[in-house]
Design a protein around this ligand. Structure first.
Ligand code: ZN
Length: 118
């Protein structure tokens, strides 16, 4: 798969703006994840993180498409041939569907719970 796709991580880290964690700690975790994946032959091209709370109504919070569009600008992606993998169900305005991505909904972690509440 690595030879056919660029891989990105888009993550909400509202704990930063809530004061639960810091930018530095989040960066450390992201670095660990990226390095662990790299050690296993998986290249993450970039990590995009929103540090805001839901109620901030920022432009970059996942499920909005801001970071997808930014990745498209930075890496000249073909969004119509791209996928988004998430454990949140998508609607037409969210998580890249409005920019042409094909969603892959996984039930890992909180995925099952989100399926039951949507
Ligand atoms: Zn944000």
């Amino acid at each position: 798969m690595q030879e056919y796709f660029l891989l990105f991580i888009i993550t909400n880290q509202s704990g930063i703006s809530k004061g639960i964690t810091t930018d530095f700690e989040v960066e450390l975790v992201n670095k660990y994840i990226v390095e662990t994946l790299l050690f296993n032959g998986i290249i993450i091209n970039q990590v995009f993180g929103c540090r805001h709370k839901t109620e901030d109504n920022c432009i970059c919070r996942k499920q909005k498409s801001y970071f997808i569009k930014l990745a498209d600008e930075l890496f000249n992606l073909n969004l119509r041939k791209s996928f988004i993998v998430d454990n949140h169900p998508c609607n037409e305005e969210e998580c890249g569907l409005n920019v042409g991505l094909t969603p892959i909904y996984v039930l890992t972690n909180q995925g099952n719970k989100h399926r039951e509440t949507n």
